[in-house]
Write a protein that binds this ligand. Structure first.
Ligand SMILES: [Zn+2]
Ligand SMILES: [Zn+2]
Length: 369
């Protein structure tokens, strides 16, 4: 008699709003791949948009792309290439890299010609073996080409899962715009990415950081923004952010970072907030072509740099893990809602705005709960 093959418990998104618990067999590990025991999977707008169907998904699939866990099994080749050992706690990047094509060799593996967006963790069909391509499960498959980062000792998995939004904050608010010490930085959107962008800009030496939000949903987020480096917070329903920034600093922003979600008017505000010669980074997606209040002529008259930013890269992820471990900002105390597999659907509904109460600043799945 042979023992039953080990199984993973997973949540499979079969279609919009249809999340089902399934047991999936764990694959055998070869020389170049591995299996992660998922300890925490951070949730963001992508998660609730996949759930609601606002984002098209490769149904059926196992979502979850902000994953931290322990290496349960790993091939010798993979261990050598990734520089890790069995049992180690690691953070898993969303994208994979072939390490051969030109974008990969230049570090822009988000545009890898072999893997690209269709191979991102949390977005691969269950029908592609072994199916365990996301963090909504007790185990995630680590394919060749995965990119892993060791999690510093003492960093709790739920907090460590912020490597993803904080890596984004570092790349979008510092690396991409080239934020320099003393800069005036305006961050539009006080969600988890906005708070992370504020902390990243502060860490880079920004002289002044403004964070904007809108209405009662954002009030609690704006209230904690000063603990993440914000010098000034503005509710754009109550005050004109341009006037508020001018009053506080005597001028406009060197760098504007738009991390809003579904806020079509943010682009117009971002361009209005930037000083002549300033930089605007657009990283929040608006899901529509509407841009009320956007005056393209201001790009010309002010000679602005308008940059798009997609995703994060390895240097920013490593810097994020170090910043989290350093404990200089209260990331561990963020208003957080943590659920196990059974409670995840309710959390996703709340994050989508369909549940009771406002969405948490940080939502996390802990599959072992
Ligand atoms: Zn995400
Ligand atoms: Zn590549």
């Amino acid at each position: 008699m042979t023992a039953a093959a080990p199984k993973a418990e997973a949540l499979v998104l079969e279609g919009p709003g249809r999340l089902r618990a399934r047991e999936l067999p764990l694959p055998d590990v070869g020389d170049g791949d591995g299996i992660l025991r998922v300890e925490a999977c951070g949730l963001c707008g992508t998660d609730h948009e996949q759930y609601s169907g606002a984002l098209p998904g490769p149904f059926p699939f196992v979502p979850g792309h902000e994953v931290v866990g322990r290496l349960e099994a790993i091939g010798d080749g993979a261990a050598g290439r990734w520089g890790v050992t069995e049992g180690q706690r690691v953070a898993v990047e969303v994208f994979r890299s072939c390490a051969r094509c030109r974008p990969c060799l230049e570090g822009a593996y988000r545009h890898c010609r072999e893997h690209g967006l269709s191979d991102m963790y949390g977005g691969v069909s269950l029908e592609r073996a072994p199916g365990l391509w996301g963090g909504y499960a007790t185990h995630q498959y680590l394919a060749p080409g995965s990119l892993l980062h060791p999690v510093p000792e003492g960093l709790e998995p739920e907090v460590a899962s912020l490597f993803n939004p904080l890596g984004a904050g570092i790349r979008w608010a510092v690396t991409v715009p080239g934020t320099a010490p003393g800069d005036v930085v305006a961050v539009l959107g006080p969600g988890i990415r906005g708070l992370c962008a504020a902390a990243a800009a502060t860490e880079a030496g920004a002289g002044f950081v403004m964070v904007t939000g809108r209405g009662s949903r954002d009030a609690g987020r704006l209230a904690i923004a000063p603990r993440f480096g914000a010098t000034l917070t503005v509710d754009v329903d109550e005050a004109d952010p341009v006037a508020a920034l001018k009053k506080a600093t005597g001028g406009l922003a060197d760098v504007v970072v738009d991390v809003t979600a579904k806020a079509p008017e943010a682009l117009g505000q971002a361009v209005a907030l930037a000083r002549p010669g300033g930089t605007v980074v657009v990283a929040g997606t608006r899901g529509s072509a509407d841009t009320p209040g956007f005056r393209p002529d201001l790009l010309v008259y002010k000679e602005l740099r308008l940059l798009g930013a997609l995703g994060v890269d390895a240097p920013a992820y490593r810097a994020a893990l170090d910043l989290l471990a350093g404990g200089r900002y209260p990331f561990a105390e963020l208003p957080r809602r943590t659920e196990g597999l059974a409670g995840l659907e309710g959390l996703l509904q709340t994050m989508a705005g369909d549940g009771a109460g406002p969405p948490p600043v940080h939502g996390v799945l802990v599959p072992g709960r």
